[in-house]
Design a binder for this molecule. Structure first.
Ligand code: NOJ
Ligand code: NOJ
Length: 449
């Protein structure tokens, strides 16, 4: 049953030319408007970011710590960031069911939401990452007093936002928690990567705030997380798996493949760090994910639409249809956007390094890019800036990213994005106006070289 949405359109409408800067700015500001509509809505505590305005089937009218932090990453207006900090400080002080800073979400009045799956320990790390970037900016602008009182106080005990989240993260990363999809209890790649990034960025801030002892402690923990992360590399299968030491919960995830690895590469990698977009292990993982989703979703198999990027979901075995678990999993906007962002970031990283080393792990991904079919990319070859093939890959990554954006634009409706789009019909599905969908679109477009 394939009834095509907006059959009058062809995918060429989205692909006939490369995106211009003007067009990108229009897309960003349109999404930004929808995103802002979900922050500090009437009737919610100031600073609340609702995951979606949907209040039933599903009810996403809550302030998820993860969603809020990933959303605030693309917000640059200081007034909104100050209000976010106030909200986050209140959150840290609310007694919660999980009795930890890993509480997953809060009600719109700021109180605990005790019925939910907690702890999810990516939350404090993501909150620290966004607050640390804000703190660095404020320090550069001369607002040290505010940073020292609200964001980062040296010494213990204390009740400043970042320091508390960093202390929690540094002391609890070895413990299992629920993954970002709120299903599996164990150690998850995404959570550990978020924690590592939070601690590294936090250590730099700690140094700046004359808290040198803490800075070295955070760096030590980040290094130890780096050791743990190696366990996620599955050499037999040739890709990074998203969870280890699973205790309970969640559907069967036999493949171990998960968008989480791509999201982590986009969000948590400083230049030169492992598991970033040009790490060949991550490229291999992206390749396997794309290949699986190309097969799983009928909308990916329509010849007329083959010019669009592959619609991407959370993980191949997903059965959450946006309303119930146990149905058909679908492609997600934020997942498809993440693939666009991944391609853009890989292109930029290659350009900066001036070198592309072809390996047995990245060759398939690079050859699968739209403009690379048939290219002779032999493992062992090193390409350098100036080689025609180097330029071809760097450009092909941007075009591939544009195809993913084209896919997203084809399934969104008048600038609106829900959580998912149906794998057979292409129509939007699940929570409408999902705030994170907008943030992911903006963050992809901003990453476009
Ligand atoms: C199951 C989904 O897989 C999970 O991600 C979601 O948070 C819950 N249901 C609630 O909607
Ligand atoms: C379900 C997603 O799996 C989870 O990552 C998200 O935090 C919630 N929905 C709220 O958007």
């Amino acid at each position: 049953m394939i009834s095509l949405q907006a059959a009058a359109f062809t995918c060429e409408d989205y692909l006939k030319r490369r995106l211009s800067k003007d067009e990108i700015n229009v897309l960003i500001s349109e999404s930004y408007g929808h995103l802002l509509d979900n922050i500090s809505r009437a009737g919610t505590a100031p600073g609340t970011v609702v995951a979606s305005p949907s209040q039933q089937n599903p009810n996403y009218y809550f302030n998820w710590v993860r969603d809020a932090a990933l959303v605030m990453e693309v917000v640059d207006d200081p007034a909104r960031l100050y209000t976010y900090v106030d909200r986050a400080l209140d959150e840290q002080a609310v007694p919660t069911a999980s009795n930890s800073l890993g509480e997953t979400r809060f009600k719109i009045d700021g109180s605990d939401s005790p019925d939910w799956i907690s702890p999810q320990n990516d939350g404090p790390a993501l909150r620290a990452i966004v607050a640390t970037a804000f703190a660095q900016r404020l320090l550069n602008e001369g607002h040290r007093d505010y940073v020292a009182s609200r964001l980062y106080q040296a010494g213990l005990p204390n009740y400043s936002l970042i320091k508390r989240d960093l202390e929690y993260t540094a002391h609890h990363w070895r413990e299992p928690s629920y993954d970002l999809w709120e299903e599996v209890y164990g150690l998850s790649f995404f959570t550990l990567r978020a924690q590592q990034r939070a601690l590294r960025a936090g250590a730099d801030l700690a140094d700046r705030m004359a808290d040198g002892g803490a800075a070295s402690f955070y760096r030590e923990q980040a290094d130890q997380i780096g050791g743990k992360l190696q366990e996620f590399w599955d050499g037999n299968r040739g890709y990074v798996v998203s969870e280890i030491e699973r205790r309970w919960g969640g559907p069967s995830k036999d493949s171990g493949l998960d968008l989480a690895v791509v999201l982590s590469a986009n969000h948590f990698t400083a230049p030169g760090e492992p598991f970033g977009p040009t790490d060949d292990r991550v490229m291999a993982t992206a390749f396997h994910l794309q290949q699986r989703f190309a097969q799983i979703y009928a909308i990916n198999k329509i010849p007329e639409f083959s010019g669009l990027g592959t619609a991407i979901g959370r993980y191949p075995e997903d059965t959450y249809d946006g309303h119930i678990t146990g149905g058909n999993g679908n492609p997600w906007f934020l997942a498809t956007n993440a693939f666009a962002e991944f391609c853009y970031r890989a292109s930029t990283a290659y350009r900066h390094s001036g070198k592309i080393q072809i390996t047995g792990l990245n060759a398939d991904f690079l050859k699968s890019l739209g403009n690379m079919t048939g290219a002779d990319l032999r493992p062992g070859t090193a390409l350098h800036a100036g080689d025609p093939m180097f330029a071809q890959i760097v450009n092909a990554l941007v075009s591939e990213g544009d195809r993913y954006i084209g896919r997203v634009r084809f399934h969104m409706h008048l600038g609106h994005m829900s959580e998912q789009f149906n794998r057979d019909s292409g129509y939007m599905q699940g929570a409408f106006d999902l705030t994170w969908s907008y943030a992911s679109f903006i963050s992809a477009l901003k990453a476009r070289p």
